[in-house]
Write a protein that binds this ligand. Structure first.
Ligand code: SF4
Ligand code: SF4
Length: 436
């Protein structure tokens, strides 16, 4: 019997309790000049220039926003090199020769409680913009854009659900950076004049609840509470989280802010805290390096710009060096697969999953309906796939099937009886549906 798929197996679940270790900083760090959201960049430095850690060295431009680029070490800019980005494209990276002195840029400085208490939302938003705080759950969406809303915010939700298997970045951040996370939440409550913030975590993570319930008993954290979430996939999808935490159903095409809700990923809030408290851009992030292809999986604190190859070496290298590998940057359901280890850790890389490549032969669709039953947004993935196989593709029909509702959760592929990469068809259908 076909069943709705709501759980994803995590063969390396125990890794979530391993403390984060600081990965050694490599001799060269590489900073992306562009990404999927920002195709263009202006670079402010020239070859041979000395740069400091946290110094702004360029800016990426998107249609509606900008992303400043900061150096994640001190050292010398040695020019450009092409490497693979999480987007799957080979792009230009700025190559910084680390001098291992960690000389910080003068712009990074600690603000006092009094200075922060006087700040307006507009001032905080500007700091968040200048320090390039983005969604560290994998979206890389600039946090300052969210902050710019004029709508009244009644509830701030902190997304610590991390529902994809293998990834531990948010869980380790919550356990290891709790004071920073809580201070970041207080800053957001101040900015939005909001008195209700809820930290959303799966109820199965009892250790997080015990720890936070203890911390939250302090008066200074008044208004912050824990919100237990169910254990299913994709509970971390913002619409599912909002529904469970508040009972509000945000309809497709609407923003949570229209309903008085603002949500941030937990690691992103730590980035925001560092921006407001220290004027510090995101130069590091937690990355889980795992999978059956490597010897010693680990949770690392990593400098932005670290080569994936270097992190694999820190994990004792490959278990079966002669087997071909698949590298997934991000979670196994929503991450990007790469066939080359020449990738770089950017802010969007929550995990690096190294798998021995096993050929899965796709079989013909048996119309079992498993993908339809499992789709959390109620699409008909098999119908969209079949429409995409038609030549020429009927654009009107694709639009009618509404693929833009797809959240790319990957469940249609995961649940497919015939091992068909259904999600790939839906992604392509989304591109067609966006055409005028
Ligand atoms: S990837 Fe898209 S179409 Fe497939 S199950 Fe998830 S939401 Fe539905
Ligand atoms: S695409 Fe896969 S899951 Fe969907 S109906 Fe066909 S065989 Fe079943």
């Amino acid at each position: 019997m076909i069943k709705k798929t709501t759980h994803i197996n995590d063969p390396l679940k125990l890794l979530e309790i391993l403390p984060t270790v600081q990965a050694p900083i490599p001799e060269y760090l590489y900073l992306a000049t562009s990404n999927a959201r920002c195709p263009k960049a202006e670079i402010f430095i020239k070859e041979g220039d000395y740069v400091k850690c946290g110094q702004q060295i360029g800016i990426r431009h998107a249609a509606f926003f900008d992303q400043p680029i900061h150096s994640s070490c001190s050292g010398v800019f040695e020019g450009y090199e092409k490497h693979y980005h999480r987007s799957g494209k080979q792009i230009d990276f700025l190559k910084i020769h680390n001098d291992f002195k960690d000389v910080w840029d003068e712009s990074v400085h600690t603000r006092t409680d009094e200075e922060i208490a006087k700040m307006t939302k507009a001032e905080m938003t500007e700091i968040i913009k200048q320090t390039a705080s983005v969604g560290l759950g994998g979206s890389s969406f600039p946090s300052y854009i969210k902050m710019q809303t004029d709508r009244p915010i009644k509830t701030i939700l902190i997304n610590g659900i991390e529902c994809e298997p293998y990834i531990n970045a948010d869980k380790r951040t919550m356990m290891e950076d709790a004071p920073k996370l809580l201070e970041g939440i207080l800053f957001l409550m101040q900015a939005f004049n909001c008195h209700d913030a809820r930290i959303c975590v799966k109820a199965i993570h009892t250790e997080i609840f015990v720890y936070y319930n203890y911390l939250l008993s302090q008066d200074k954290y008044k208004g912050i509470t824990m919100s237990p979430m169910k254990n299913y996939y994709p509970q971390g999808w913002e619409i599912a989280m909002i529904k469970q935490a508040t009972g509000i159903d945000v309809p497709s095409g609407h923003l949570p802010s229209e309903f008085g809700i603002m949500n941030f990923n937990s690691s992103s809030v730590v980035g925001i805290q560092q921006a407001i408290r220290e004027n510090k851009p995101v130069t590091d992030r937690r990355v889980t390096v795992t999978g059956n292809g490597i010897n010693k999986p680990a949770n690392f604190e990593v400098r932005i710009g670290t080569p994936v190859r270097y992190l694999i070496e820190q994990c004792g290298g490959y278990k079966n060096p002669n087997m071909p590998k698949v590298f997934i940057l991000g979670g196994p359901m929503m991450g990007a697969s790469e066939s080359d280890e020449d990738c770089i850790c950017t802010k969007t890389v929550t995990s690096i999953i190294v798998l021995d490549h096993v050929e899965h032969k796709e079989e013909a669709c048996i119309r079992c309906g498993s993908c339809v039953l499992s789709c959390p947004v109620g699409l008909q993935p098999v119908t969209i796939m079949n429409a995409m196989k038609h030549t020429p593709v009927d654009k009107a029909k694709i639009k009618m099937l509404n693929p833009l509702k797809c959240i790319e959760c990957g469940l249609c592929t995961y649940s497919c009886t015939s091992k068909i990469h259904v999600t790939d068809y839906i992604r392509r259908a989304k591109t067609i549906a966006r055409l005028k």
